[in-house]
Design a protein around this ligand. Structure first.
Ligand code: NAD
Length: 490
């Protein structure tokens, strides 16, 4: 097979020997564009060995030298943005503007990592006691590993490896087997930027490799992003084996529309939040909460806008507004959920099943009305372009209902009242709140701050918490008694 994705171990790109492969599709055409080899424990062992060797050297590089390589990397990503966006769009199905956003968000983490020494510098206090000075060092952990999902092939791995590496660690990335090509391009560019061999290794696969990483005695920390049941498994297994773990999980995010919301920008934000990336964002709005009596016109505008949405192959038609979902399993899973809705008492008012038999893994925009917290669709993550509509009477009831969700990534309120926005942001139980912002995903200087079943661990990815996660503190106390008196005594 010529189209097998290579692994990257110790600075070399290799085709590994295995009999197990996953298919990488162009989700718009269903064409198989590559095959992902499933690595085994032997490959994990080789990657760890290379990472350990590299860590010994890399952790001793000065921050200035590391920054020089990161700045080179930043420039290479900048000049290759369009190429990377095309790879993302091809293997994931996103539109080109969405793919550009994906790599842009990753780029911002590299930007952040270039100046990481400001956050990695520790604290000091002289004369904490007579002749005693105290300081803290933030030291790298060793070999860290990252496991990423399919939906942001660039951004999510880049929440992890640039920060870990900038702090002096070496890193093993296991990208989603559904989108390995973006990760390969990102590693090629890092190598070109001058990253020493073994500081970043890439292996492929599924459960066998992930479990091997979680239990390996020479891996110090695991970063995971994916569905909640696997996030919980990785968190538990990694922690049991003495590792630091941060594990992002699934989500169910609400878009609350108050009667005083500004109609045009609110509607644009809802469309982009619910149907952008075909609903496959962990910050996608999937519950539309129209508060108060008069939400009929809101629903009608949503139906009209959904009917007008251009759904298709992003690489063939630049006017495409929504691409396909990732694969045939996802498409069937979403259609099966819609098929079953009739029995649950809710009403499909805009049906995305009209393109069920079209070539490509397409699901049309779908609107489900009359939903309340007793319906399974209220709390279930669908990860597709399906928006459920609720109609509570006021903001207090809204908060009470939304706080029944087990997930806790994001929630947005659209309003022109500062008081309502403040009440909402103070009382809603989730980690990222938007006020008139449809996708309140934080930029690289802030943590990606999921709560409840959307995150297992203590320190989140990105920002200051990202640096804390990939370093450990050492407190150094030093005592120099009467130095000058001693000298003058001689
Ligand atoms: P997934 O859980 O299927 O896969 C994620 C990773 O886990 C992949 O690398 C995969 O190979 C690996 N994996 C799969 N099965 C495994 C198993 N049994 N044991 C160990 N590892 C296994 O997720 P996905 O479908 O790729 O991504 C979509 C999910 O990711 C959604 O639930 C979405 O909400 C979530 N997500 C969360 C965030 C966040 O920050 N909270 C961000 C992006 C995506």
């Amino acid at each position: 097979m010529d189209n097998v994705a290579p692994v990257f171990i110790d600075g070399k790109w290799e085709k590994i020997k295995t009999s197990e492969f996953g298919k990488v599709f162009n989700p718009s055409s269903e064409e198989v564009i590559s095959m992902t080899p499933f690595c085994g424990k032997k490959d994990v062992e080789r990657a760890v060995k290379s990472s350990l060797k590299a860590f010994k050297v890399w952790s001793k590089f000065s921050y200035a030298k590391r920054a020089e390589i990161l700045f080179n990397y930043r420039e290479l990503i900048k000049s290759n943005k369009e190429k990377i966006a095309n790879i993302i769009s091809l293997e994931n199905g996103k539109t080109l503007p969405e793919a550009r956003g994906d790599i842009q968000r990753g780029f911002e983490v590299v930007d952040f990592a270039c100046g990481i020494l400001h956050l990695a510098k520790g604290e000091s206090l002289s004369e904490i006691a007579p002749n005693i000075d105290s300081r803290t060092n933030l030291e790298p952990l060793g070999v860290c590993a990252g496991i990423s999902p399919f939906n942001f092939p660039a951004m999510v791995p880049m929440w992890m490896f640039p920060i870990a590496i900038a702090c002096g660690n070496s890193f093993i990335l296991k990208p989603s087997e559904k989108v390995p090509l973006t990760a390969i391009k990102l590693a090629e560019l890092f190598q070109e930027a001058g990253l020493p061999d073994g500081v970043l290794n890439i292996i492929h696969g599924g459960k066998e490799v992930v479990d091997a990483l979680c239990i390996h005695p020479n891996i110090s920390a695991i970063s995971f992003v994916g569905s909640s049941h696997i996030a919980k498994h990785v968190y538990t297994l990694g922690a049991k084996h003495g590792k630091r773990v941060q594990a992002g999980g699934a989500a169910k995010n609400a878009l609350v529309v108050m009667p005083d919301a500004e109609p045009k920008s609110t509607m644009n934000s809802i469309m982009s939040s619910a149907f952008g990336c075909a609903g496959q964002r962990c910050m996608a709005g999937s519950l539309l909460v129209g508060v108060g009596k008069n939400i009929d016109s809101l629903k009608q505008t949503l139906i009209d806008r959904s009917n007008d949405l251009v759904v298709g192959d992003p690489l063939k038609n630049e006017k495409t507004e929504m691409g396909p979902v990732i694969d045939g399993n996802s498409k069937e899973r979403i259609f099966n959920i819609i098929d079953g809705l009739g029995e649950t008492g809710v009403k499909v008012i805009r049906d995305g099943r009209e393109i069920r038999n079209k070539e490509g893994f397409f699901v049309g925009p779908t609107l489900v009305d009359n939903v309340d917290s007793s319906h399974p669709i209220f709390s279930q993550e669908i990860f597709g372009p399906v928006l459920s509509i609720l109609n509570p009477k006021d903001i207090e009831e809204t908060v009470e209902v939304l706080n029944k969700l087990n997930y806790g990534n994001g929630a947005t309120i659209f309003t022109s009242s500062g008081n309502t926005a403040r009440y909402f942001s103070e009382n809603i139980k989730c980690g990222m709140v938007g006020i008139n912002v449809g996708v309140p995903a934080p930029m690289s200087i802030y943590p990606f701050s999921g709560w409840n079943d959307s995150f297992y661990g203590d320190l989140h990815m990105q920002g200051k918490e990202g640096v804390q996660f990939y370093t450990r503190q050492k407190v150094i106390l030093s005592r120099w008694d009467n130095l000058y008196e001693y000298k003058s005594g001689w």
